[in-house]
Write a protein that binds this ligand. Structure first.
Ligand code: THU
Length: 148
């Protein structure tokens, strides 16, 4: 199976992330990130990075999007889009690179999915993106099953 076999509208997921990119709160790094999660119900949930004057208290966009999905009652997720870049809140066309989820976010995503099936969409725009299964970003992962 390839990621292309997983059917969902990539452009909608990316656009929903772009729609909230302006809400990113990143006064310290200036690096704005937005994310949109596709829950197993078909609903979508967004998140942005929210930094803090006490730097370690800052939260990533992907983790916030996952938290929104779980808070709304989703038990699992099937895809996640991420887009971000330096000072990109004002204009998503300032995104120059594919933003990959950080290590902590990879683990947060892992908790609520099958890593061989969850598609991570790393976007520069609605039409320009790369996608991989989470298992490629987080091989040999430790998940809920590991504790059984
Ligand atoms: N950031 C995210 O929101 N997601 C990532 O996957 C990478 C990093 C945020 C954290 C911090 O607010 C800023 O980007 C710079 O690291």
């Amino acid at each position: 199976m390839t990621t292309a076999d997983v059917m969902f509208d990539r452009s909608v997921l990316i656009q929903k992330a772009i729609d909230v990119l302006g809400n990113s709160y990143a006064p310290y790094s200036g690096f704005n990130v937005a994310s949109c999660v596709l829950g197993s119900s078909g609903e979508m949930y967004t998140g942005v990075n929210v930094e803090n004057a006490s730097f370690p208290a800052g939260r990533c966009a992907e983790s916030n999007a996952v938290a929104a999905a779980v808070g709304a009652g989703e038990k699992s997720i099937t895809a996640i889009a991420v887009i971000g870049g330096k000072e990109a809140a004002s204009d998503s066309s300032l995104v120059t690179d594919y933003c990959t989820p950080c290590g902590v976010c990879r683990q947060v995503i892992r908790e609520f999915c099958d890593p061989e099936k969850l598609v991570v969409v790393m976007a520069k725009s609605v039409t320009d993106y790369k996608e991989v299964f989470l298992s490629e970003l987080l091989p040999s992962s430790f998940g809920p099953d590991s504790l059984m």
